[in-house]
Design a protein around this ligand. Structure first.
Ligand SMILES: [Zn+2]
Length: 191
């Protein structure tokens, strides 16, 4: 892997890799894809260092991690949403201005019609055979933006409703009731 990284001449990407490796555990192909997707979104949406960013990742695998460590998008701060679709796709938008109910975002996906031009990487993507991360990432560096397809999307800004805090009639613990329910979700699922 060090040999591959040594060939990268983009100092920003090298700095990002230095942050991702200890956070994710190693430089996986999926984490590198997230890094490239973020680079594309930064250019398309004019995202500057320090801008609040919101990301929806369509897989639990690898892809969410670069956004957590590089843009501070976490599940807890609502900057990161993860959909368990097992798709290599993300939707990224900046924070809304006051009064905006929609904000411009971009959905980017790893396009199999385009990865086909990079047979080693395509074999990794389609899981046709075991391809080491070194080889897959090496092809991704060559490909750059060429394996991604994106389109601009309108992202609705969530409305902040007052939290309906109640005491669960079953367990006696407090919870936020979403639909006027008197029983917490934990208890209702174990009924
Ligand atoms: Zn309860």
């Amino acid at each position: 892997m060090d040999e591959i990284i040594a060939k990268i001449d983009d100092s920003e990407i090298l700095c990002q890799i230095d942050k991702i490796v200890p956070f994710h555990g190693y430089l996986s192909t999926g984490a590198f894809i997230g890094l490239q997707m973020l680079k594309i979104a930064r250019e398309l949406l004019d995202i500057k260092e320090g801008d609040r960013v919101f990301v929806t990742c369509e897989t639990l695998n690898c892809l969410p991690d670069p956004f957590q460590i590089l843009c501070g998008c976490t599940v807890g701060n609502k900057g990161l949403k993860v959909l368990d679709y097992d798709k290599m796709a993300v939707t990224i938008n900046k924070g809304a201005e006051p009064g905006q109910d929609h904000v411009k975002g971009v959905r980017i996906f790893l396009d199999p019609a385009k990865t086909a031009q990079y047979p080693v990487f395509h074999a990794w993507y389609m899981n046709e055979r075991k391809v080491p991360h070194e080889e897959a990432i090496s092809e991704l560096i060559k490909a750059g933006d060429n394996v991604y397809t994106w389109k601009f999307v309108d992202v609705p800004v969530p409305i902040k409703a007052k939290k309906d805090v109640r005491i669960c009639t079953d367990c006696g613990e407090s919870f936020v009731s979403k639909d006027g329910s008197a029983i917490c979700k934990g208890c209702s699922e174990n009924l």
